[in-house]
Design a protein around this ligand. Structure first.
Ligand code: PGA
Length: 256
C-alpha cells in the first residue's frame, strides 16, 4: 500500500518565528494520524527552526527548492547538501518556480538527481496551463514533464520520489480539477508513464499527489480516488484547523 502523504506548501508565507509558533500548535493536532505522512514546507529562512521544533514529532519538513550544484557563485540559492539533516523532502518543479524563476524541465531533472544523490526526496510538481488544458494537450504535456524530470533516475531511486500533479489553472484560484479528472490524469497519464519507464512495480509503489485548491470541503473526494495518494496544499495548509482536517480526511478516506 502507498502511504498517503499530505504536504503543506507555505510558499512565501510565515516568517521564521511565525512558522515555529505554527508548528508547535500543529504538531499535537496531527499527532494521532500516524498512517499519513505529514509534511510542512516553510521558507528557507524557517527551515532550521521548524526542523528543530518538529524533532521527535513524526512530522516531516520539506524545503521549497534546492539548487543542483553542491556549491558555487549562485546568489540566492541553497544547495541540496545544505538541507541534509534538516529536511526529508524538497519540492521542485513547482509551477510558480517554472513561471517566475524560469525553472526548466532540465533544471528539474538536475535538481532531482542532486537531491537523490544527497539522500533527500524530491516532490516533483507537474501540471498543464489552462491553454494547454483547453487545447487537449494535458496528457502529452504532463507525460513529457514526467519523462524529462526522471531522465536518468534509476528504478531503485524511484522509491524516494513523489510526484505532484498540479494543474496550473487550479492553483490558488479556487477552481479545482474534478476528482475524477485528477484521478484520470494521475492514473492514466502519470502512473502509466511510470509504467512505461520503469514497469509495474515502480509505477504501483510511487506516490502521486494532487494539488490545486485542495481544502477540507473537497479533500474527501480527492482522497477517495484510487490513484491519488495525497495532496500538495498551499492556502489551506496555512491554518492549523484546516491542515488538521485535511490530514484527518486523508486518514479516513484511505482507512489508515
Ligand atoms: P493551493 O496551492 O492549494 O493554494 O491552490 C497549491 C500549490 O501551489 O502547491
Amino acid at each position: 500500500m502507498r502511504t498517503p502523504i499530505i504536504a503543506g506548501n507555505w510558499k512565501m508565507f510565515k516568517g521564521a518565528d511565525e512558522a515555529v509558533d505554527f508548528v508547535k500548535e500543529l504538531a499535537p493536532a496531527l499527532e494521532s494520524y500516524t498512517g499519513v505522512e505529514r509534511v510542512v514546507a516553510p521558507t528557507f529562512l524557517a527551515v532550521k527552526g521548524v526542523a528543530d521544533a518538529l524533532k521527535s514529532t513524526g512530522i516531516k519538513v520539506a524545503a521549497q527548492n534546492a539548487h543542483w550544484e553542491d556549491s558555487g557563485a549562485f546568489t540566492s540559492q541553497v544547495a541540496a547538501g545544505m538541507l541534509v539533516g534538516l529536511v526529508e523532502y524538497v519540492i521542485i518543479g513547482h509551477s510558480e518556480c517554472r513561471e517566475y524563476l524560469q525553472e526548466t524541465d532540465e533544471m528539474v531533472n538536475k535538481k532531482a538527481k542532486s537531491l537523490l544523490a544527497h539522500g533527500l526526496k524530491p516532490i516533483i510538481a507537474v501540471g498543464e496551463s489552462l491553454e494547454q488544458n483547453e487545447a487537449g494537450q494535458t496528457e502529452s504535456f504532463v507525460g513529457g514533464q514526467v519523462r524529462a524530470a526522471l531522465e536518468g533516475i534509476t528504478p531503485a531511486q524511484m522509491a524516494d520520489v513523489v510526484i505532484a500533479y498540479e494543474p496550473i489553472w487550479a492553483i490558488g484560484t479556487g477552481k479545482s480539477a474534478s476528482a475524477e479528472l485528477a484521478n484520470a490524469i494521475i492514473g492514466d497519464t502519470i502512473r502509466q508513464t511510470l509504467r512505461d519507464l520503469y514497469g509495474d512495480e515502480v509505477a504501483d509503489q510511487t506516490r502521486i499527489q494532487y494539488g490545486g485548491s485542495v481544502k477540507p470541503e473537497n479533500m474527501l473526494e480527492y482522497m477517495s480516488q484510487p490513484d491519488i495518494d495525497g495532496a500538495l496544499v498551499g492556502g489551506a495548509s496555512l491554518k492549523v484547523d484546516a491542515f488538521t482536517d485535511l490530514v484527518r480526511l486523508a486518514a479516513q478516506a484511505k482507512g489508515v
